[in-house]
Design a protein around this ligand. Structure first.
Ligand code: CU
Length: 163
């Protein structure tokens, strides 16, 4: 009897794990653009800023240009890039947008391109999804749900200085 209960519990956990992992690894394909690995970094206590990441694959035969971003949960949403100048990592606001060449991928990552959500207007909950409006030159406006993910590694990170 007890053994069965135990097996059921394990089975339940395995199913839960599969469901949650597939939920968070979804790929969205719109107008030849494939979006994956969407993520907003967890926000701690009184933090009023956070970053977002994703991968955009351009499967079209034409170059695409990501021009503009808007969200309802932050006063400003900007495209940023990290560059190294004289051995110092600097963050730059990419105000002219980013080109995603035909048949290539743009990967947002820590230490590279990222989305900066500035002056958060409400607390963001881990596991919840928040809408972000992406504007592309060819594909137009695309609304994406970006999930907030907990930071798993508690490795000391260099402070990402802001503005
Ligand atoms: Cu930034």
């Amino acid at each position: 009897m007890l053994l069965f209960q135990y097996i059921y519990k394990i089975l339940f956990l395995v199913i839960l794990f599969i469901i949650s992992s597939t939920c968070f690894s979804e790929t969205i394909s719109i107008k030849g653009l494939v979006f994956s690995d969407l993520k907003i970094n967890e926000v701690f206590a009184n933090q009023k800023i956070t970053s977002g990441y994703l991968t955009i694959e351009n499967t079209n035969k034409k170059d695409e240009h990501l021009i503009h971003l808007v969200s309802h949960f932050s006063e400003k949403t900007e495209l940023h890039n990290m560059t190294v100048e004289n051995d110092i990592m600097k963050m730059k606001h990419v105000d002219k947008g980013i080109t995603i060449k035909a048949n290539s991928k743009l990967i947002f990552r820590q230490g590279g391109f990222h989305i900066m959500f500035i002056k958060l207007l409400k607390p963001l909950k881990v596991m919840n999804k928040y809408k972000v409006r992406f504007t592309f030159q060819n594909a137009g406006t695309i609304l994406l749900d970006m999930p907030v993910k907990a930071k798993i590694n508690i490795i000391k990170k260099k402070k990402h200085s802001h503005h």
